[in-house]
Design a protein around this ligand. Structure first.
Ligand code: SAM
Ligand code: SF4
Length: 485
């Protein structure tokens, strides 16, 4: 989810959404040690880099956007597909030149790849000084001290409680209008293709009051939209006694806060603060969540609802714990409660182990049924240690995986344009996020359903709510004009 949705050519961006990179911004604090972070993969990783920056800021570090000026360089990595790891390894080879020029430069690998490979990474990538898993960031100051004495440091301990809820993230690359708030960590789902449960540990929910406080602080600073982040937000569950979901379900906890409750609490911060969330697992979304979304105008009418496949046998092999009919019944519920305009997007995997041509066609027919606004689409990439790697053969040849993926992408393109076309001639309230990517004379904002609209700037500015009339559309963008508010 680079930015959940891009401006133009969304589908092409979407395929690469887990391979994007985001770097720290320049701060003008002279004389302090400089931290440079490149974040790869999903928005959870970008959000973690903000926590890391906050932890090191307290130790006197400032961030830089130039690796050449850095004292410490971190790559916050992704393991979701093989390509994501190859990208990081190639980047480490490039970074070698900076280490040669400045042997004092500390190089750390953080995140999922650190967790997956642990100390093996130090053996395989000689320039790396520090390997830190996603639950060990509080240890970074001590680890940097260790490295300053010439040693290498590894900490890949996975916690059952850590949520970093007391840490106020330093906002990196922020547009000052939209921000991400992590509400949970880890995942208990064990989808057979997925490495996340092994790299991010057990599911933990963050204290809802700290989430509301963070949302309130952001609102007070001028932000107008927050996205609540987690691998599986609908399974959010917290009580004052316990934040670990598996343990919580075994206890008689007093006041339980579920995701619908949390949404309501954040919605109440201000009607002017829009609230989004990602990702929803189809097995967990409830009518309560849908009715809460309906109740509050500022809860955005958009759900990222990954199906992964449209075929029940493949879904079972994927260990998704729902089948095609269940998924369709949830889509019907979303449409019944939130209407046809509610934005729905998906993740799809082509060429999973044993997928037949007919089963692939079921994915296409599911897409036609749902009429997704857009999708993040991938071909299956076998990951070491996952259930699928142990149980099934990765037997679909690459050319077939790619051909099926192309069919999925082409269909999604048609659906995206069709969904956008239904907005022509209608007026929508958008929140302005900044200039359009193509021109400084135009602004870009999103509708509640997460459609991107571009329109002439006039006197409007970032952070304004503007009513726009849609005149034309492309696959990824509504071409609109502002109308009187
Ligand atoms: N927790 C979210 C969910 O369940 O939908 C998504 C997490 S994952 C970071 C994002 C997407 O990557 C998944 O939805 C899936 O489509 C894709 N993905 C995960 N493992 C994959 C693999 N081994 N090969 C290809 N795509 C994969
Ligand atoms: Fe991976 Fe499934 Fe958890 Fe998503 S829900 S992170 S796909 S195991």
């Amino acid at each position: 989810m680079k930015e959940i949705i891009g401006d133009i050519d969304i589908i092409d961006n979407a395929q690469e959404n887990c391979d994007v990179v985001n770097i720290t911004k320049e701060e003008q604090n002279i004389g302090q040690k400089k931290l440079y972070i490149e974040s790869y993969g999903c928005q959870m990783n970008f959000s973690d880099s903000e926590i890391v920056s906050s932890i090191l800021k307290k130790e006197g570090y400032t961030t830089t956007s130039s690796i050449e000026e850095a004292d410490v360089t971190f790559l916050n990595t992704c393991s979701i597909r093989e390509k994501a790891e190859t990208t990081v390894r190639n980047r480490l080879s490039e970074i070698n030149q900076y280490k040669k020029k400045n042997p004092e430069l500390v190089i750390g690998v953080l995140g999922c790849m650190a967790e997956r490979l642990k100390s093996k990474l130090l053996e395989e990538e000689k320039i790396v000084d520090l390997v830190v898993g996603p639950d060990a960031y509080r240890e970074l100051p001590n680890m940097l001290d260790e490295v300053s004495t010439g040693q290498k440091a590894v900490n890949t301990f996975l916690s059952r409680e850590e949520t970093y809820d007391d840490i106020t993230p330093v906002r990196l690359n922020s547009n000052g209008v939209t921000a991400f708030i992590s509400i949970m960590r880890g995942c208990d789902n064990m989808c057979s293709f997925c490495v996340v449960p092994f790299t991010r540990g057990r599911e933990r929910s963050r204290d809802p009051f700290s989430v509301v406080k963070e949302a309130q602080d952001l609102f007070d600073k001028g932000y107008r939209e927050v996205t609540l982040l987690g691998q599986n937000v609908d399974s959010y569950k917290w009580s004052p006694e316990q934040n670990n979901k598996a343990r919580l379900e075994k206890t008689d906890a007093s006041e339980i806060v579920n995701f619908a409750n949390l949404l309501e609490m954040v919605a109440e911060v201000s009607p002017l603060l829009r609230v989004r969330f990602a990702t929803s697992h189809p097995k967990d979304i409830t009518d309560d969540v849908l009715y809460t979304m309906k109740k509050y105008d500022n809860l955005c009418k958009y759900i990222h609802f990954p199906a992964q496949s449209g075929n029940s046998r493949i879904l079972e092999r994927m260990n998704r714990t729902y089948d095609r009919d269940w998924y369709i019944s949830k889509i019907d519920r979303i449409r019944e409660i939130l209407g046809n305009e509610c934005g729905i997007s998906s993740d799809m995997i082509s060429g999973f182990c044993g997928e037949t041509e007919e089963e692939h066609k079921d994915t296409l027919s599911l897409m036609e049924y749902v009429r997704y606004d857009y999708s993040y689409m991938f071909f299956y990439s076998e990951r070491p240690g996952t259930l699928a790697e142990k149980k099934y053969e990765d037997d679909i040849p690459m050319d077939i995986k790619k051909r099926r993926l192309t069919e999925v992408i082409n269909l999604q393109r048609e659906l995206s344009i069709e969904r956008n076309q239904m907005t022509i001639g209608k007026t929508y309230k958008v929140l302005v996020e900044g200039f359009s990517k193509r021109s400084k004379s135009q602004l870009q904002g999103r509708t509640t359903c997460n459609r991107v609209a571009v329109f002439d700037a006039g006197n409007y500015k970032k952070g304004d709510y503007v009513n726009v009339l849609v005149n034309e559309v492309t696959t990824g963008t509504l071409l609109a004009s502002a109308v009187d508010n």
